[in-house]
Write a protein that binds this ligand. Structure first.
Ligand code: ATP
Ligand code: MG
Length: 632
């Protein structure tokens, strides 16, 4: 067995041979003639000359060998539905959807915007698009009309695929009025809207534009739509980043590189075997949903669970009951979801047999030690953190147990993943930091490995300017995250580069202060931001959600608790990191994907405009912050 260190080394220093080997994990219609074309940096073109198809790799190729096995398992605790599609059935459904899209005029290179709840038709639509060489642009179903309109204008879709409604916590959320309003607002007008009617919310139809899915599906029941063989470099989709730090960026992904990267990650990172079941609790509106609900597991010949509903409804055992029922071997979730479970009865996690699980993978946000320990204890299965971005499409840092079993370390997602030449860079000088315990920007030396973003959709200049020009004197990809390396080569993410606080010349990561505050037993969750201060340059300000709000329900009690929390920070990090205030809120402002909107909190604290809030989950949360600082 090769050691991980060798494996990683080879991926960088014998790059083409390494990736040519990984490329055997997928089917090619025409073999590639060049592994990587990096002649026009920072752009990289992978598997040049080869033709393939994502849908073929995810669906068709499995039909002869495992046509009867589970492919897509749909579970909705919102509508009490459970439906299992075999690979053969999925193949048929995708061809029906492809035939419909063709009838609506969709051709290779056209965009199809998917604005859908977590229902099987959403996956059919994605797979049907790539089947015929069209690009999907999935927009998270929870977004309101303004956010949707801006994405319609950016993607300029020929067709929008949508549904009457989603449902959240048992409450129907009609989509069609939001979609109609978005199309009113947008400059670009889609020609056709394909509507899946779930019978949840009656909706108005615009004659000549809106088509119902059900009758068209009937019409194309026996459809046979062959896969369009596209160049490996043909774009498969566009997808927007979460908008945590500003206006979301439209990430454009290729076909061949993405297929190879996902297939390899299923083997080396997620430990998935054909015939097994994968469960990612994300939403198809996010990159995790693209890579690890739809494409990754299916490419690996695994069944994938698509779950519509909350993690705590009907009760906090629902996910684990699915793990038991479908013998899930790999599960993928986010720290934010674990924190939701943490507020529930831990007995719920013991109700079901989760021994089939090889590991629970978590990503999307820093995994703080208390949360990691809590879930590891409650579940009794390995927890594996992984760090990546919408831009990269698959993990940058993690533990690749499929190559060599290495220990995890609390607070660290792990080591650089094969294919990623990760560097830590001093953001002022552009110098590389090679020693242990030096803080720097996490950056990736080009070319980015297969599967990463090709460019910003229709904006090569923004791609170069945003990602490759931010570090002085270096042409290197910036993640805009701040990290530190230990003696064993594990990286720790300290927060985003714009979340660094400079208190009287000391540079502090908001994450370090947050970690320290969350070790106080009454703190469930906390956000720390740097606020301009005439004396110190910046001071840290903390907003915490309490496990027991009763301990701060009078000004006196709140002050006492604030003092106790400050003492924790003093002891752990030193007085320099002590927040100037710790305020208590019932909920923190987050994006719909569950990320803390620190920049909005910071702006409000400094009396500035909070900027693009199109992805905010609950505007009331920001109001709480406003009320508190207004009352200062
Ligand atoms: P935007 O780029 O629009 O501001 P975003 O960065 O939140 O939004 P995503 O691509 O969804 O958009 O998130 C990637 C970011 O999430 C990473 O850059 C990092 O800050 C954070 N992140 C993801 N996984 C981890 C992890 N395991 N540990 C720490 N941080 C993580
Ligand atoms: Mg980002």
């Amino acid at each position: 067995m090769t050691s991980y260190a060798e494996f990683h080394h080879r991926s960088l220093h014998d790059r083409d041979a390494f990736w040519a080997e990984q490329a055997r994990l997928v089917d090619w219609h025409k073999p590639f003639t060049q592994v990587c074309d990096h002649s026009r940096p920072p752009f990289a073109r992978w598997f040049v000359g080869g033709t393939t198809n994502l849908c073929h790799n995810a669906v068709d190729r499995h039909v002869p060998t495992r046509g009867g096995q589970n492919a897509l398992i749909f579970v909705s605790t919102e509508t009490d539905q459970e439906r299992v599609y075999s690979f053969a059935e999925l193949h048929a459904e995708v061809q029906r959807m492809a035939a419909i899209l063709r009838e609506l005029g969709v051709k290779k290179g056209d965009r199809v915007l998917v604005y859908m709840p977590m229902i099987p038709e959403a996956a059919f639509a994605m797979l049907a698009c790539v089947r015929i060489g069209a690009l999907h642009s999935v927009v998270f179903g929870g977004f309101a009309s303004v956010s949707l309109a801006s994405r319609i204008d950016d993607a300029e879709p020929l067709v929008v695929v949508s549904a009457d409604a989603g449902s959240r916590g048992g409450k129907v959320v009609p989509y069609k009025p939001l979609l109609d309003e978005a199309i009113q607002l947008s400059k670009h007008k889609p020609k056709k809207v394909l509507m899946v009617d779930r019978g949840l919310a009656p909706f108005a139809r615009t004659a000549g534009r809106d088509e119902d899915f059900a009758p068209l599906r009937e019409k194309h029941l026996a459809a046979q739509v062959p896969c369009e063989w596209v160049e490996a470099t043909h774009p498969s989709y566009t997808l927007y980043t979460s908008g945590t730090t500003g206006k979301p960026k439209g990430v454009q992904r290729d076909t061949g590189g993405y297929a190879v990267a996902l297939a390899a990650s299923m083997k080396h990172i997620f430990l998935g075997q054909p015939g097994e079941t994968y469960f990612s609790t994300s939403d198809i509106g996010w990159v995790v949903g693209h890579s690890y609900i739809v494409y990754g597991p299916l490419i690996a010949g695994m069944a994938t669970i698509m779950y519509e509903g909350l993690p705590i409804r009907p009760d906090a055992a629902i996910w684990w009951s699915l793990v038991e029922k479908y013998k899930v071997t790999s599960m993928f979730s986010a720290p934010t979801a674990v924190r939701v479970l943490k507020k529930q009865d831990p007995a719920a996690l013991k109700k079901h047999d989760v021994s089939s699980l090889r590991a629970l993978f978590l990503a999307g946000e820093p995994l703080d030690e208390p949360t990691a320990k809590w879930i590891a204890d409650a579940l009794g299965r390995p927890i594996i953190d992984n760090y990546w971005q919408t831009e990269t499409g698959w993990p940058i840092l993690t533990i690749c147990n499929g190559v060599e079993k290495l220990p995890s370390k609390f607070g660290s997602p792990g080591k650089p993943v094969y294919g990623y030449d990760v560097r830590l860079i001093d953001e002022n000088t552009g110098q590389e930091l090679t020693g242990a315990s030096q803080k720097g920007v996490v950056a990736i030396e080009g070319p980015l490995p297969p599967g990463c973003m090709q460019t910003v959709w229709r904006d090569d200049e923004r791609f170069v300017k945003t990602y490759w020009s931010s570090i002085p004197g270096r042409q290197i990809y910036s993640t805009f995250d701040w990290g530190i390396r230990d003696d064993d080569g594990y990286l720790f993410i300290l927060g985003r580069t714009d979340d660094v606080i400079n208190v009287a010349g000391h540079r502090l990561g908001t994450r370090e202060i947050e970690e320290s505050i969350s070790s106080h037993p009454n703190v469930a969750e906390v956000a720390v931001v740097g606020v301009a201060d005439p004396l110190k340059g910046q001071v840290a300000m903390a907003f915490a959600v309490l496990k027991d709000p009763g301990q701060a329900d009078t000004p006196e009690k709140a002050l006492k608790l604030e003092g106790a929390i400050m003492k924790v920070v003093d002891e752990q990090l030193g007085a320099v990191a002590r927040p100037s205030r710790v305020r208590f809120v019932t909920v923190l402002p987050k994006t719909r994907s569950g990320k803390l909107l620190r920049r909005a909190i910071q702006a409000v604290c400094e009396g500035r405009d909070p900027g693009d809030l199109t992805t905010i989950e609950d505007p009331g949360a920001l109001q709480q912050v406003k009320d508190l600082v207004g009352a200062r």
